[in-house]
Design a binder for this molecule. Structure first.
Ligand code: URA
Length: 423
């Protein structure tokens, strides 16, 4: 094959053959197809799409570029969850130990923050001593002792996706349903989980702003998982406003601990419990415990403590706090009608919770704490949110990001997406 021939085929809206796809992914991973050629092909795919067969072949070729993990030595079924990303989405933190406490093993490979969206590994790294990088043997040890492991994917897992993702990031080719679906699913299938629940977000703070696009992404991923023998389910959930009340790294660990202690904001608890039920059902755990019970009786918290300690973290260490804070007060009395997820996410990013460049560190303590959510009554002059940063110089740009982020009205008729839009 020849790269130019493959590019031209997709440029002219043709269908790529299985052999062409296998070749181009393999040759690109080996450095035989150049970045500029792959960039052109990715743009042709973004503009002209791929059919179901092409997406499945593309995904399988990315899986074959690296190793495939195997959990068959474990004595219980495995289940994982993947969220397409959002603002305040800390669900993995309470969910992984919760599902472990209810009877399934959770082998979860997670990522770091991307743009305005937070990353599970960045959040967990705010716990003193906690390590994101584990060898495959260490992963197995953690899962045997704690029931759940959340860590970074090693270099050997879907290396083609690592290279392609970095290229898409700088060539305007991220927002393509076939490319997002194959990227996510290649990693989840290679991870070796027996079942997978996808939390596909829709709204301003999500990759897919509108529900129809989110639905198509969800369908595509469910088909890819199912075809690869992974029992896969997707929920479409709301990301028009932030999830929970805390957005940031240590702040989200703090809120997760509230949930594991049997409290926490209603939306975070509801989604955590719903996803736990879906995971246990998809995994087919015969005598699964009730997730609500496991939150109340402390067994989910016990699993959390084992999981954190097994990865070098100190579950009793105080979490880092930001040095500076600033309060945003309500400009009027009434009902908080909207609170834009994207704008709150951008503010948290500018406060230091996210990165400006890939190699930057994140601030553990930075972020936003909300004092009201859409639908709540607010009074003029009372705190609406508190911003946290390591340097006071960050507040101005965060406040700019929050311009127009909320609307206070006379009536309560806030036009919000339901928390779970569809299954
Ligand atoms: N997350 C991924 O892993 N890949 C994408 O393409 C988008 C989000």
């Amino acid at each position: 094959f020849d790269a130019i021939e493959v590019i031209i085929a997709k440029r002219d809206r043709g269908e790529l053959s299985t052999a062409q796809i296998d070749w181009v992914i393999d040759a690109y991973t080996r450095g035989e197809v150049a970045d500029e050629q792959m960039s052109a092909l990715l743009m042709a795919i973004l503009l002209n799409g791929m059919n179901r067969r092409e997406i499945a072949d593309w995904t399988q070729a990315m899986i074959r570029s690296g190793e495939r993990m195997d959990w068959s030595s474990l004595d219980r079924p495995t289940a994982d969850k993947h969220s397409t990303g959002g603002v305040g989405d800390k669900i993995t933190l309470p969910l992984a130990p919760l599902v472990a406490a209810c009877g399934a093993y959770v082998p979860q490979l997670s990522g770091r923050g991307l743009g305005h969206t937070g990353g599970t590994l960045d959040k967990l790294e705010s716990i003193p001593g906690w390590r994101a990088s584990l060898s495959n043997d260490e992963m197995l040890d953690v899962i045997r002792s704690a029931g759940a492991v959340v860590c970074a994917a090693g270099a050997g897992l879907a290396p083609a996706d690592k290279k392609l993702y970095a290229l898409r990031d700088v060539t305007g080719t991220v927002e393509s349903i076939p490319l997002i679906a194959s990227s996510i699913m290649s990693k989840k299938i290679a991870e070796g989980t027996g079942s997978l629940v996808l939390d596909v977000k829709a709204g301003s703070g999500a990759f897919m702003r509108n529900v129809d696009d989110a639905r198509e992404l969800a369908r595509t991923m469910v088909e890819l998982g199912t075809d690869a023998g992974v029992r896969t389910v997707a929920l479409l959930t709301a990301m028009d406003r932030p999830l929970g009340l805390k957005v940031g790294n240590a702040l989200e660990v703090e809120e997760s601990l509230e949930v594991l202690a049997g409290g926490g904001p209603a939306d975070v608890v509801e989604l955590t419990v719903r996803l736990a039920r879906e995971m246990l059902e998809a995994a087919g755990v015969p005598d699964a415990r009730d997730p609500e019970e496991a939150l109340k009786d402390g067994s989910a918290m016990d699993a959390w403590r084992r999981m954190i300690a097994a990865q070098g973290g100190d579950p009793d260490a105080p979490l880092p706090k930001a040095a500076e804070s600033a309060v945003v007060t309500a400009p009027a009395s009434g009902t908080l009608r909207t609170l834009d997820a994207l704008k709150v996410g951008l503010a948290a990013w500018r406060l230091g919770a996210g990165r400006a460049r890939k190699e930057d560190p994140v601030s553990a303590g930075a972020g936003v704490v909300l004092h009201a959510k859409p639908g709540d009554a607010v009074r003029e002059g009372t705190p609406l949110m508190t911003l946290y940063a390591d340097e006071a110089g960050r507040f101005d740009r965060a406040l700019q990001a929050l311009e127009g982020a909320y609307e206070i009205g006379e009536d309560g008729g806030a036009d919000l997406l339901p928390l779970v839009i569809d299954r």
